[in-house]
Design a protein around this ligand. Sequence first.
Ligand SMILES: Cc1cc2nc3c(=O)[nH]c(=O)nc-3n(C[C@H](O)[C@H](O)[C@H](O)COP(=O)(O)OP(=O)(O)OC[C@H]3O[C@@H](n4cnc5c(N)ncnc54)[C@H](O)[C@@H]3O)c2cc1C
Ligand code: SF4
Length: 232
Amino acid sequence: MKTPHNIKEVVKSHLCIGCGLCTIDKETQGIQLSHKNDCLVPKNVKVSDTSLANIICPGKGYDIKGTGENLFANEAKYSLQLDYINSLYASHSLNDEVLENASSGGVITQLLLYLLDKKIVDYVSVTQFVCDSKGVHTRTFLTSEKKEILKAQGSKYCPVNFDTLLDDLHQKSGRVAIMATPCVIAGFRKIQIHQPNYINEEKSDENGNYCLYETPTNLIGRKSGSLHVTIW
Ligand SMILES: Cc1cc2nc3c(=O)[nH]c(=O)nc-3n(C[C@H](O)[C@H](O)[C@H](O)COP(=O)(O)OP(=O)(O)OC[C@H]3O[C@@H](n4cnc5c(N)ncnc54)[C@H](O)[C@@H]3O)c2cc1C
Ligand code: SF4
């Protein structure tokens, strides 16, 4: 298959994952997402090839090995199957409240709670199912509240749209940890590279310094402005 060069080709080739990150660009504020096969895909995609949306779209593909090399080559070992890793552990939460609704040991939820409890981040992103007049869909947003984190437990095996998270990231300031599947994280990493000040432009004095990665869901943490990411 030919690699798509822009959002239009991504949608046409059925490679759109419905992440909504293409709504980031001022030039593409006009992009409307519409439902197609239970996935929100952009419908008006006439944006220039040099627009940020076209550059960061994860549906175009991304350099998995090269990104890993840039981020982790000095501190982790490479494995063809697992990418760059420091070490592997089998683990689960020790908290019964977290374990009750966990998908797989509640590690993600426990880590999010830990990050907030230790004040390593100010907000974490969570994805909840919502059932309203539009039917069943997901909502991804920033929170610092335990009850929202617990409510978000469980894997959402469906396309998840992050355009509402982009809004939150623009409005809130502080450190955040973003939880998403690897392809969506790839899109956020492209944003970090091509528009590092997009999120919280007013704060740019410190580096982001953590990343939690779990296959296939993963987390990135950042401090506004510059975005050095390391596996934790
Ligand atoms: C689409 C998808 C496919 C997966 N496929 C596999 C697989 O093939 N093999 C495997 O071993 N594991 C897979 N997982 C991972 C597994 O299902 C659990 O999500 C993971 O082990 C975390 O479990 P937990 O108990 O630590 O998390 P929990 O305590 O249950 O918390 C889950 C967290 O993930 C967030 N979340 C859930 N779904 C999404 C989503 N789609 N996008 C963004 N955030 C989300 C929630 O907001 C919550 O914070 C998949 C997960 C997803 C989302
Ligand atoms: S950025 Fe996401 S929603 Fe937009 S075209 Fe690319 S994959 Fe689809």
